[in-house]
Design a protein around this ligand. Sequence first.
Ligand SMILES: Cc1cc2nc3c(=O)[nH]c(=O)nc-3n(C[C@H](O)[C@H](O)[C@H](O)COP(=O)(O)O)c2cc1C
Length: 153
Amino acid sequence: MDAPERPTVIATRGVVEHGDQRGRTIGFPTANLPLETDDLLDGVWAGWVDVAGDRHLAAVSIGNRPTFYGTVGYRLLEAHLLDFEGDLYDTEVTVVLWHHLREQIRFDSIDDLVSQLAHDVERCRELATTCPNDLRALRPLHTPVGVATAVAV
Ligand SMILES: Cc1cc2nc3c(=O)[nH]c(=O)nc-3n(C[C@H](O)[C@H](O)[C@H](O)COP(=O)(O)O)c2cc1C
């Protein structure tokens, strides 16, 4: 009999670094992680951020933030943790990406970006309510640092 297929998720691990801190001013603070990988994972994701054993639902964006930097921004992973207040700077976190929501795009205005971020957050909440328990409970065993990659869990 064939072995059951092992689920995979995308995960990465790293230490939260200081960003431009624009996110706070628009109501969506983010924990920023440096990334060293190709662009296959660019986009906006529903994810989890694991901090010291606690799992937080997050809207996660990977890309060069074309709204602010055109095509010349450096690639960054930014996670907006839902219902979380606190300072994660210099803290090691694991980010698990489990549902691709959309591509990063260039918005004509900050207001348009903020409206979309609110929509992304609501979509994450909806998806989390229907996320199967076995997927919700998955903890990646071997999560690389600085590289977002598919990992068997
Ligand atoms: C869920 C989410 C989706 C995002 N989508 C986009 C996007 O489509 N286009 C874009 O230019 N930036 C996008 N961003 C990045 C924001 O522009 C960025 O978080 C904001 O400028 C604050 O960055 P800072 O706190 O590092 O300064 C997204 C960020 C998050 C958290």
